[in-house]
Structure formats: structure tokens, C-alpha cells
Design a protein around this ligand. Structure first.
Ligand code: CMX
Length: 135
């Protein structure tokens, strides 16, 4: 059901600051950057081996990431796991008692289909399911 960790999402105040630190400390540039308007964030992803660290900066005050930063400060916001069939996985995890935030998948960074499960139903982890556009 779960294929691999697609990315770890990290809430930050400034992507510019992250890019500057990653460039000077690790000589790393982001391999994707985009705005996901639906989620109220700008993201920058750095490849680390087979996965990514994805930094998220809010673009509006009412976005989930802005609320998270205000309440908990910068840090790990979610873990995204790649699945073969997002609809089927959503159905299965809901049947097993997890609380879905999204009733239907939405479009996230890179055109992936994404859906979230509530951290209160999974040991405090905000889980993002992702399915690549071609899958
Ligand atoms: N990880 C762990 N716990 C979290 C959390 C997170 N990311 N976000 C909120 N919580 C906890 C809060 O600390 C709070 O706990 P307490 O009641 O113990 O204080 C509880 O969940 C409720 O938090 P809240 O601040 O009242 O927030 P909401 O219930 O309004 O929203 C959530 C929480 C998860 C439903 C909302 O953030 C959401 O819908 N997230 C999914 C969408 C999203 O995060 N998009 C950004 C990423 C976009 C992308 O990757 O493209």
C-alpha cells in the first residue's frame, strides 16, 4: 500500500533563508520550486537520496502552514508517502479508523494527487498520501 517516503514537509518563515543556508552549508540547490495556491504555500524541494526535504512558506495568513508556524514554530510539518492508488488507500485507511481531512484528492506540487489524514488519528503525524500524475 505504501511505496516510499515522497518527501518530508518542513514549515518555515522564509524559503529564501533556507535556500541560502542549504547553498552555503550543503552546496545544495532546490530541484523544484513552485507555488501551490490551493494550499496557500510556496515550496522548495531538495533531493536527499531517494527522497526530498520540502520546505513550505505560507503565502497567506489563513493557510494551514501559517497557522502551524504561529502555534508551533518552524519544524517538521508532515510526512508524505507515495502510493499506487490514492483513492483505494484513502478508503482503506479510513476503514481502519484514520480520519481523512480531504474527501477527494487535490492537486499538489508537481501535479501530484494528494490527500491528508489528520495528525490526531496517527500519533501526531500529519500524513500526506501522494500519487504521481502518471500512476
Ligand atoms: N502536525 C501535527 N499536529 C498538528 C499539525 C501538524 N502539521 N497541525 C496541527 N496539529 C495539531 C495542533 O497542534 C492541534 O493540537 P492540540 O489540539 O493538541 O493543540 C490540533 O492538531 C488542531 O490544530 P489546529 O491548529 O486547530 O489546526 P486545524 O485543526 O485548524 O488544522 C489540520 C489542522 C491538520 C486539519 C490542517 O493543518 C490541515 O488541513 N492540513 C492539511 C493541509 C496542509 O497542511 N497543507 C499544507 C501542505 C501543502 C503541501 O504539501 O502541498
Amino acid at each position: 500500500m505504501l511505496k516510499k517516503i515522497d518527501h518530508i514537509g518542513i514549515a518555515v518563515h522564509s524559503l529564501q533563508e533556507v535556500k541560502s543556508v542549504f547553498q552555503s552549508v550543503f552546496s545544495l540547490e532546490p530541484d523544484y520550486q513552485e507555488e501551490v495556491e490551493d494550499q496557500g504555500v510556496k515550496v522548495a524541494g531538495f533531493q536527499i537520496g531517494e527522497t526530498h526535504l520540502e520546505f513550505l512558506e505560507p503565502t497567506r495568513a489563513d493557510s494551514p502552514v501559517a497557522k502551524y508556524l504561529e502555534k508551533r514554530g518552524q519544524g517538521i510539518h508532515h510526512i508524505a508517502i507515495n502510493v499506487d492508488n490514492i483513492h483505494r488507500t484513502m478508503e482503506q485507511i479510513e476503514q481502519q479508523g484514520l480520519k481523512l481531512i480531504d474527501r477527494q484528492p487535490r492537486t499538489g506540487a508537481g501535479g501530484k494527487q494528494i490527500a491528508f489524514a489528520h495528525p490526531k488519528s496517527l500519533f501526531g503525524i500529519l500524513l500526506e498520501l501522494t500519487q504521481a500524475p502518471s500512476e
